[in-house]
Ligand binder design. Structure first.
Ligand code: SDX
Length: 430
């Protein structure tokens, strides 16, 4: 007998089914509440609301646990690659060799974008933010694949998913080259996913970029660690658009726009800008932390805090270790890493942060790795979007595979004027 919760309203009792997730998390199923009790629930920012049941990613925010299809992120970080993990997220299991080869071939076959897309790049001003370009160009590239607009079909899905994952790299690299007035560098079929992206970003017509294995591995790990994170803001946006049965590229373009926000994927760019400001003002971090705690100032320690993690973000731990490893391998140093350390050390001992359970999240150290690789700060959130693409694709597929899938359409509590009449302009008080 499944558990129920009792709601009492206006002297009547209503039984709400209790849904229990794989990790034991319980949810009250209110899908018939309005029909039976004539009321809805209200939950600002959806902090307590489950929008769906999903089998893709499991997070235990209190324990700092993250698992893709049940596999701990630490194991994937150690043993897997971004593209193998992408297959796992999208199809629900680790691929066999033939499946890996097929996905790799599809990515290679679809790495170019239509030559006419170059004209779109000409239309952007040189200082256009690459996230604006990315979102626009993902939608623009869908126009060259009319079958996309015929709606979701399992037999075409594999090609469309590979097409999106492959082309997002090319679009991002072309946007970067264009913004610097550099000639665009076409992809090379001989290179695997991440190496090809670095090639398109940093090679020159007369000389290929020196693909250091430690750099390729570090960026591939960054992509892997960003690949999915259950119902975050941008993924929920993708699911929302998918529920209307818009095409995969339109969903991804919407996800890019949501991810761009500084409270979300834009935080990695904001972290570096914060660290650079602290560095240039000669502050050791203490003045900045004082400003963060000052209610009138309300500066935020970017890269800290999380809606779900009330513990150290497991991705931040892995990225922090990778920062040290890559800087050591490159025999490089970054004064911002020392500042980040100081901020983390001070914050984790400070009552303001401890009482609010604010810990480093995925964005706190990721920028240090990207700086070491030579990726400019305005491209940081684009890197996040490339990494998150397999997660968005997996969630799109999960929404489209639902039996009798319904469009997402939340309710509201209306608090505006209930009824008033139209007043002609000559009768309105100035
Ligand atoms: C990502 O959802 C995901 O899974 C996202 C993500 C993913 O992989 O998709 O993990 C990626 O977006 C990571 C988060 C990146 N954003 C930042 O680093 C920006 C800085 N962090 C915050 O703005 C904030 O912590 C959020 C947005 C991440 C979470 O915000 P919440 O859950 O709405 O929390 P809140 O704003 O209600 O904060 C609760 C309290 C408030 O103080 P009081 O009003 O109680 O006094 O904590 C404070 C906040 O002011 N607080 C911070 C803080 N984060 C929260 N104070 C200073 N610095 C911060 N970073």
């Amino acid at each position: 007998m499944s558990e129920t919760a009792k709601l009492e309203l206006d002297g009547k009792a209503y039984q709400l089914p209790v849904i229990v997730g794989s990790g034991g998390e319980r949810a009250l199923d209110i899908s018939s509440l309005r029909q039976t009790a004539g009321c809805i629930t209200l939950d600002d920012a959806y902090a307590n609301t489950g929008a769906c049941q999903s089998a893709i990613t499991y997070i235990d925010g209190d324990q700092g646990i993250l698992r893709y299809r049940g596999i701990p992120i630490e194991e994937l970080a150690e043993h897997s690659t971004f593209i193998e993990t992408a297959f796992l997220l999208i199809y629900g299991r680790l691929p066999v060799r033939a499946e890996m080869r097929r996905l790799s071939d599809l990515l290679t076959q679809n790495e170019m974008i239509h030559e006419d897309m170059k004209f779109h790049f000409e239309g952007f001003p040189p200082n256009a933010h690459p996230m604006a370009i990315l979102s626009a160009m993902i939608n623009a590239s869908s126009c060259f694949h009319p079958r996309l607009l015929e709606g979701y079909s399992p037999e075409h899905f594999d090609l469309q998913a590979a097409r999106l994952m492959s082309k997002v790299r090319t679009i991002a690299a072309f946007a970067f080259r264009k913004s610097r007035g550099l000639p665009i560098i076409y992809p090379k079929p001989v290179y695997k996913y991440t190496a090809n992206f670095l090639h398109m970003m940093f090679s020159e017509p007369y000389q290929d970029y020196d693909l250091k294995p430690e750099v390729v591995r570090a960026l591939d790990l960054i992509f892997l660690l960003h690949a999915d994170h259950e119902q975050n803001c941008s993924t929920t946006t993708v699911r929302m658009i998918a529920s209307a049965q818009a095409n995969l590229f339109a969903c991804a373009a919407g996800g890019v726009c949501a991810l761009w926000g500084p409270l979300h994927g834009g935080a990695n760019q904001a972290v570096i800008q914060m660290l650079e400001e602290i560095h240039t003002t000669g502050d050791d971090g203490s003045k900045f932390l004082a400003a963060v705690k000052d209610k009138s100032d309300r500066a935020r320690l970017m890269g800290f805090g999380h809606r779900v993690y009330k513990n150290y973000d497991p991705r931040a731990k892995i990225i922090k270790a990778q920062c040290h490893k890559l800087l050591r391998q490159l025999k490089a140093d970054d004064p911002l890493l020392a500042i980040a350390h100081k901020l983390e050390e001070a914050a984790l001992k400070d009552e303001y942060f401890v009482s609010r359970k604010l810990y480093p999240n995925v964005d706190f150290y990721s920028g240090i790795i990207m700086r070491a690789i030579g990726i400019p700060v305005e491209m940081f959130t684009v890197i996040f979007a490339i990494g998150r693409m397999p997660g968005w694709i997996a969630h799109y597929k999960e929404v489209m595979d639902r039996k009798n899938g319904r469009i997402y359409r939340p309710r509201q509590v209306y608090v505006g004027p209930l009824l008033q009449s139209y007043v002609p302009i000559e009768q309105r008080a100035d």
